[in-house]
Design a protein around this ligand. Structure first.
Ligand SMILES: [Zn+2]
Length: 426
C-alpha cells in the first residue's frame, strides 16, 4: 500500500526553538511493507517479519523505515478531510506529519497503519515491497515552465503533465503544439512572440485555462468554436495584441469571464456587436486599430481602464443618418421584431438557423424596441468616461470622446431624437 503526500518528520527529542517548526513538508512516497526485523545471516534464531512504514523523499529516496507493531503512541486525524494527519511514534520519538494527501487515500492508508500497529489482520493488509522510490515519485510535480528561445524548446520530450503555467515565447512556433493541449491543469498559457496563424479549436479543451497570451503572432481570426468552448467559464485574461485580426465573431461576447482584454495593434474595423455583455470586463485596450466607431452596446460596459488611442474615428453627424427603413415594414421584419419584443421563445428546432442568427443580433432602438434589418442608423458622440474610470486619450489632441452607433426603429423615434439633439446643440 502506498500514499503520495507531503511529509515532515519531526523529532520530539530536539528542543523546539522559539516558533514551533512549521517547516514545509517535502513531497514524499509512503509505503507499508513487510521486512525481516534483523538482517539475516547473523546467526541466532530468525526474528521474523514485521510491518514497516517507509518514508521516501527526494533527499532520501532509499527511505526511512519505522516499525509499526505496538509502536504508535497516538493518531491525530482531526483534519483528515483536508488531507492532513499526524502519526506519533514511540520509538524513535518522532511525529510523522502528513499533508496535501488525497483525503480518501489518506483514510485508507491510516486504517492500514492502525491495523499494523495492533498487529491484527496483518495478513489481510495490502502490503507493498519496500523498494526505494523512483525520482519521479518523490519529486515535486513541476508546475511552471518558461521557454524563451527556440533552442530551449523541447522537441522530443513531453511537457510535464502537471504544468499549470507554460510560456513558450520567441520559439518561432507556426502553430500551437498539440502536446500543450493535453495539459489539463494549465491555467496560464503564454505563446507571445511566435508565428501562429490559427488557433486549434481544441484549445477550448484546456478546462482550467484562465490566461491566454498570444501577443505578437500572425493571427487573422479568433474562431467561433473557441467562443463556444469551456473557455466561456474559465478565461479571464486574453491578449491578442499585435496580430492581424480584422474582426471578432459575435459569439466572442460569450467569453463571459473576461476581465482583461487586449486587442491593440490589429486591423479591427469593428468591435463585437454585443461587447456590452462582457459584464466582468474591467480592462480593455484596442489602441491602433481601424475602428471608425463603437457598437451601440458599448455603453453598457463598466470598465476601470480603457485605451482606444490611434483609431480613425469618424466625426459623428446625426443629421446625416443612414436610412434602411422600408415602410410599411416587411412581414419578416414585423414578425422578427415581435419575437424579440415579446420575448417569444425560439430556437433552431423551430426556425431556420439564419433567422436565429439574425434574431441574436437584433438592434435596440432608443425607445427600447427591437429592429433587425429595417432601421435608421447614425452615430453620436460619447464621452468615454461614461464607461471607464480611467481613459487613455483617443488622439494627440487630448480627446476622450468617440463616436458610437445609435439605431432607431421608426421615423418617429429618429425625429424625437433629432429634436432633442438640435435643442441641446442650439
Ligand atoms: Zn424606436
Amino acid at each position: 500500500m502506498r500514499l503520495q503526500c507531503e511529509v515532515e518528520v519531526r523529532s520530539r527529542l530536539l528542543p523546539t526553538c522559539g516558533l514551533r517548526g512549521r517547516a514545509k513538508g517535502a513531497h514524499a512516497l509512503l509505503s507499508l511493507g513487510r521486512q525481516p526485523d534483523r538482517p539475516p545471516g547473523r546467526g541466532g534464531p530468525s526474528a521474523g517479519h514485521s510491518v514497516y512504514l517507509m518514508v521516501c523523499t527526494a533527499r532520501d529516496r532509499a527511505g526511512a523505515r519505522y516499525k509499526l507493531k505496538e509502536n504508535i503512541e497516538q493518531f491525530f486525524t482531526k483534519f483528515v478531510e483536508e488531507g492532513k494527519a499526524t502519526v506519533r511514534l514511540k520509538e524513535p520519538a518522532v511525529d510523522v506529519c502528513l499533508s496535501k494527501a488525497n483525503a480518501s487515500n489518506l483514510k485508507s492508508f491510516l486504517a492500514a497503519v492502525r491495523l499494523a500497529h495492533r498487529g491484527t489482520d496483518v495478513e489481510a493488509l495490502p502490503l507493498s515491497v519496500l523498494v526505494p522510490a523512483k525520482t519521479s515519485e518523490v519529486e515535486k510535480p513541476k508546475t511552471k515552465m518558461i521557454i524563451t528561445s527556440r533552442r530551449d524548446y523541447p522537441l522530443t520530450k513531453n511537457f510535464p503533465y502537471s504544468l499549470e503555467h507554460l510560456q513558450a515565447s520567441y520559439c518561432k512556433l507556426a502553430r500551437v503544439d498539440m502536446r500543450m493541449l493535453c495539459l489539463k491543469k494549465l491555467r496560464k498559457l503564454d505563446l507571445s512572440h511566435n508565428h501562429i496563424k490559427k488557433l486549434p479549436e481544441t484549445i477550448g479543451d484546456l478546462v482550467s485555462l484562465q490566461e491566454l497570451n498570444l501577443h505578437n503572432n500572425h493571427l487573422e481570426t479568433f474562431c467561433v468554436a473557441l467562443c463556444n468552448s469551456t473557455l466561456q467559464k474559465s478565461l479571464q485574461f486574453l491578449d491578442l495584441s499585435q496580430n492581424k485580426i480584422k474582426a471578432l465573431p459575435v459569439q466572442f461576447c460569450q467569453l463571459q469571464e473576461l476581465v482583461h482584454l487586449k486587442l491593440d495593434d490589429n486591423e479591427l474595423i469593428r468591435l463585437p456587436f454585443k461587447m456590452g455583455q462582457l459584464s466582468l470586463l474591467r480592462f480593455l485596450s484596442a489602441a491602433r486599430n481601424k475602428l471608425p466607431f463603437l457598437p451601440s452596446d458599448f455603453r453598457n460596459l463598466s470598465l476601470e481602464k480603457l485605451d482606444l488611442f490611434g483609431n480613425p474615428f469618424e466625426q459623428p453627424n446625426p443629421l446625416v443618418p443612414s436610412i434602411q427603413l422600408k415602410i410599411p415594414l416587411t412581414l419578416l421584419e414585423s414578425a422578427a421584431r415581435a419575437t424579440v419584443n415579446y420575448r417569444i421563445p425560439y430556437g433552431r428546432h423551430l426556425l431556420p438557423s439564419h433567422l436565429c442568427e439574425d434574431l441574436e443580433v437584433a438592434k435596440t432602438c432608443q425607445c427600447g424596441n427591437a429592429c433587425l434589418s429595417c432601421f435608421i442608423q447614425t452615430t453620436v458622440t460619447m464621452n468615454l468616461h461614461y464607461v471607464a474610470h480611467t481613459v487613455v486619450l483617443v488622439d494627440n489632441m487630448g480627446g476622450t470622446e468617440a463616436p458610437i452607433v445609435c439605431y432607431f426603429c421608426s421615423l418617429t423615434c429618429y425625429s424625437q431624437f433629432l429634436d432633442r439633439y438640435l435643442q441641446s446643440n442650439r
